[in-house]
Design a protein around this ligand. Sequence first.
Ligand SMILES: Cc1cc2nc3c(=O)[nH]c(=O)nc-3n(C[C@H](O)[C@H](O)[C@H](O)COP(=O)(O)OP(=O)(O)OC[C@H]3O[C@@H](n4cnc5c(N)ncnc54)[C@H](O)[C@@H]3O)c2cc1C
Length: 456
Amino acid sequence: MTERLVVVGGDAAGMAAASQARRRRGVDDLEIVAFERGHFTSYSACGIPYWISGLVQERDALIARDPATFRDDFAIDVRLRTEVTGIDLDRREVTARRLDDGGEVRERFDTLVYATGSVPNQPDWADGDVEGIFGIQTLDDAAALRAWLDADPTPTRAVVVGGGYIGVEMAEALIQRGLAVTLVERAEQPMATVDEDMAGLVAEAMRGLGVEIRTGVTVSGVEQRDGRVSAVVTSAGPVPADVVVLGLGVRPNTALAAAAGLPLGASGGVRVDRRMRVPGVPGVWAAGDCVETLHRVTGMSVHIPLGTHANKQGRVAGINIGGGYATFPGVIGTAVTKVCDLEVGRTGLRERDATAAGFEFVSVIAESTNRAGYYPGAQSMTVKLIAERPTGRLLGAQIVGRSEAAKRIDALAVALWNEMTVDEMTALDLGYAPPYAPVWDPVLIAARKAVDALGR
Ligand SMILES: Cc1cc2nc3c(=O)[nH]c(=O)nc-3n(C[C@H](O)[C@H](O)[C@H](O)COP(=O)(O)OP(=O)(O)OC[C@H]3O[C@@H](n4cnc5c(N)ncnc54)[C@H](O)[C@@H]3O)c2cc1C
């Protein structure tokens, strides 16, 4: 009998797994059914802020492959608007509900890929029926927000609740659409993915764009007029709003997994081994935002929900299901974000992570420029390095600057991945020409400063 693979979740991780499995196994050998409760498959959630801002004009530009492509080119049977409601490991069967007509579906599986993504944190006050409050997790969410922004009366005042990278990107998107934007954040700085000193630079740049930032403020509810949101109630008083965007972080979407008895780790994500198998549950794989993964610097299991990991993990699962051999070696927390012309990059540990992991360390901040100082367009760049004391091993790096800042983090990520010391990094053979870097690249300047701080 033909083996049947069932995929739960039709975006990055799930469809990467399905297509990799198909590349290695023909239709007579492997039947593939993918369930997706939304309206879209394989879309770029990462592109949502740029569609909301209008920079990307067509919603469909964010869709890499639609169900027809999966059916025609990959022989994958995608069932859209169908939500898996139960996984029975003994019967090897999933139960699903068709969201448009309420019909129930049962599907047998030999192999299962669990790729349900993450669930946005939703405060109680956003659960009511006040209109104009939006999460921003899926393309369906984004479509609902776009419709609200385009409708009459056109919103003019937006409040973004939560200053993580998604909140920051959404604040930029709404400013670009011409709204007055207030970002409310409970912590002392937005952009908690970098240390506070670096986040301060981001906040300053956002204020320069016209975003009003209120930090150290909590939101307790909303006010409404005729069923539409009119203000956000905060510990510092009400903030008028015609639209509210939530960016309060996410957690792994594991309700179904837990109910089925799949093992969850301390971070809350599904546990997987390095081949993306769920340990102790033969034939079941998991990938993407719903799993926890190894942090290569601390050795801890972490939940770092990023598209870059979801695609790689899905691919690894699919190669293995297809009969190949692939492993996912863990993450170091590399991420980049743009806030208008400001670029932010980070990799490895922040100071607080290094402290929590028990490292002794030094941290340095180096100011330099993206190009030779005399070359037109030279702009300042701030690089922070965190290095273990006394070994000098690079533990973390952050960059805030303008053009060419964000992707410089990749050189630091490679150094960190390979456990280089800052001493070794000072000799790195990085490219130099005046349009691209000063003769001492900002990365090298920061490494030299870290070596000095270590007292070498
Ligand atoms: C606004 C925004 C910007 C982002 N920007 C970046 C970025 O710049 N860089 C980066 O690396 N990452 C970014 N991310 C994160 C990235 O989008 C996610 O990490 C990635 O989409 C995770 O892929 P996934 O397949 O694991 O989960 P998802 O993309 O969440 O897909 C899971 C799918 O499963 C479906 N599903 C869930 N439960 C069920 C069920 N029971 N039955 C059927 N279907 C179900 C969901 O509808 C969803 O489509 C961003 C995310 C957002 C929201």
